[in-house]
Write a protein that binds this ligand. Structure first.
Ligand code: HEC
Ligand code: HEC
Ligand code: HEC
Ligand code: HEC
Ligand code: HEC
Ligand code: HEC
Ligand code: HEC
Length: 363
């Protein structure tokens, strides 16, 4: 499809949406400082909103006839000397469009505070060089050399602004806009770099191996330091990943699993004992313990079955307190200790362990 017809498709969608919603944007236009944003396309093209796999906005799909570069780079009279970008730093640049930190809380950062709650754990931006669990030899912290000022962790350590060399697309669970209501969820790459933090090894799929590029001291097979088993290329040749895990089916006391994405389904967090045939021999991936806080359900009294607490998201950015998970911001910010799926803000309890280790199983 050419730029012109893409633009037409976009325009028709925008008109259709505008017909029943007030014309406000999915970011806080009162604090956005980049451009004049006369049209939706200034931000949303060359990506489109036509459907799954197309919603990447200005981050890629560049051709000779698209003009997305200027959404971020000003070639003359740029407001900063940093890569001709609108912000002094990567963070400031991303925030010109993705700012959710004001009270409206409509971004991957800011939604929790926007709902009046406290952030309990996070990947802080442009605040630290220290990687907890980053040392493969001690399991303790290491110091990273990241892309933010002073070598601190920033957005582009995990994301490619140009959508280049990214992981395989996966099904995510976040609603991107409150203004435009509940939309179809996206199978996209989320601009996740195959080499986060300039890793030497490329990780083509989002799962444990992707996290391990920075948190090297949290792998299963280290000689001097020991961790809870985590499925990765170090433990098996075809590990489960975020887009492919064995999920317990819904219904009371279920005993069977199906393979599918961890996203938008709470069945991936329970493992009855004995393990189902699909789960047997597989350790959990990092995201089966570290994800947005939610009630995942529980195993039966005997532990050989489990009842999944259904996935339910009825509004964006945590506006409905009973949604499960309420927020969909992992790994940016979460409401629980160490970004654990079940924990309070300051500690985790046996509740987490009992999702997979029924008392009867213990020796
Ligand atoms: C200043 C840039 C900007 C402008 C202008 C803009 N948007 Fe957006 N829009 C965004 C960003 C950024 C997101 C994603 C927010 C996020 O993920 O936190 C988004 C998300 C959306 C979504 C959610 C899509 C999805 O994948 O679920 C819709 C729908 C949308 N915008 C419609 C519009 C329409 C219609 C217009 C014109 C009236 C418009 N936007 C103008 C930046 C913009
Ligand atoms: C969504 C915002 C955005 C868009 C759109 C965008 N860029 Fe960038 N660009 C960035 C950011 C952020 C950086 C700094 C990233 C980094 O160093 O990792 C950057 C860096 C660059 C650099 C410097 C790379 C280096 O090694 O120092 C070049 C060249 C560049 N962009 C060209 C382009 C071109 C050409 C286009 C259009 C085809 C484009 N950009 C579109 C955000 C954008
Ligand atoms: C000019 C406005 C603009 C800027 C600046 C911008 N973005 Fe975006 N971004 C968008 C729009 C628009 C979308 C698509 C939203 C949609 O349609 O759902 C998007 C989508 C994304 C996505 C989801 C991509 C996918 O595959 O689903 C990520 C991740 C993202 N942006 C990260 C960043 C980061 C990191 C920066 C800073 C380097 C940045 N953005 C700067 C406008 C912008
Ligand atoms: C680019 C490197 C990088 C990647 C990739 C990365 N992390 Fe981190 N992680 C960090 C850094 C740096 C911190 C410290 C952040 C801070 O102090 O704000 C951190 C902190 C954490 C924390 C502690 C948070 C807290 O506040 O207690 C957990 C848990 C964590 N990461 C898990 C993960 C998981 C799971 C993944 C994969 C989904 C992942 N990380 C991917 C660099 C990374
Ligand atoms: C430690 C790595 C890391 C850092 C740092 C990071 N992100 Fe992300 N981001 C991710 C991952 C992983 C996902 C995909 C999460 C999922 O869908 O489960 C994601 C998803 C997103 C999305 C898409 C969410 C959706 O609607 O599907 C946006 C937008 C985004 N990030 C923006 C940013 C911005 C802006 C920054 C900096 C202010 C940033 N990220 C910093 C790892 C990171
Ligand atoms: C079985 C559940 C489980 C799995 C799987 C798991 N973690 Fe954790 N992780 C935890 C718990 C519980 C804590 C909190 C430990 C504490 O603070 O006492 C934690 C803490 C962390 C921390 C915080 C600081 C530190 O290092 O102690 C990081 C970083 C981390 N995990 C990364 C990872 C990564 C990366 C993976 C995948 C390779 C992973 N975890 C797999 C349960 C798990
Ligand atoms: C998402 C499921 C899941 C959760 C949550 C979980 N585990 Fe595990 N755990 C496993 C699996 C799978 C194994 C591999 C052996 C098996 O199948 O039992 C394992 C193995 C273990 C082992 C044996 C380690 C070894 O090296 O042989 C211990 C001890 C353990 N878990 C303790 C815990 C504790 C304590 C918690 C709570 C903090 C916890 N687990 C949470 C799934 C989980």
């Amino acid at each position: 499809m050419g730029a012109r017809s893409l633009r037409t498709v976009f325009f028709l969608i925008a008109v259709a949406i505008l017909a029943f919603a007030s014309p406000a944007y999915a970011f806080d236009e009162t604090t956005s400082t980049a451009g004049d944003w006369a049209t939706c396309g200034e931000c949303h093209l060359p990506g489109a909103m036509a459907g799954t796999g197309t919603r990447w906005g200005p981050h890629g799909g560049y051709t000779a006839t698209t003009h997305a570069c200027e959404a971020c780079h000003t070639l003359h009279d740029a407001p900063t000397d940093f890569n001709l970008l609108p912000g002094e730093t990567i963070y400031a640049t991303c925030m010109t469009c993705h700012d959710g930190t004001s009270t409206i809380g409509e971004g991957v950062y800011g939604a929790i505070a926007g709902r009046g709650l406290n952030v309990a754990s996070r990947h802080g931006i442009e605040t630290t060089t220290v990687i907890p669990g980053g040392s493969a030899s001690t399991g303790g912290s290491s110091v990273g050399t990241f892309a933010g000022p002073g070598g601190k962790l920033t957005c582009s350590d995990c994301h490619s602004p140009h959508g280049n060399n990214c992981v395989a697309p996966f099904y995510g669970e976040r609603q991107r806009s409150y203004r435009w209501g509940i939309m179809t969820l996206q199978t996209q790459n989320r601009l996740l770099k195959q080499r986060p933090g300039n890793a030497t090894t490329a990780t083509p799929t989002y799962g444990s191996d992707w996290c391990l590029t920075c948190h090297q001291g949290r792998a299963s097979t280290l000689s001097a330091t020991h961790n809870h088993p985590a499925e990765s290329l170090a433990t098996t040749t075809t590990p489960f990943t975020y887009n492919n895990v064995a999920r317990l089916v819904t219904g009371a006391n279920a005993t069977t699993t199906t393979l599918g994405p961890l996203g938008a389904n709470n069945g991936g967090y329970l493992m009855p004992f004995p393990r189902t045939p699909q789960q047997a021999g597989h350790a959990p991936i990092c995201q089966q313990c570290h994800e947005d806080a939610r009630n995942v359900g529980s195993l039966s009294a005997t532990g050989n079955a489990g009842t999944v607490s259904p996935y339910l998201v009825t509004s964006a950015d945590g506006r409905v307190a009973s949604d499960n998970p309420r927020f969909q911001n992992f790994p940016h910010e979460t409401t629980s200790y160490r970004m654990l799926v079940e924990a309070t803000a300051t500690a985790y309890y046996d509740d987490l362990c009992l999702n997979c280790h029924p008392v009867q199983q213990l020796p």
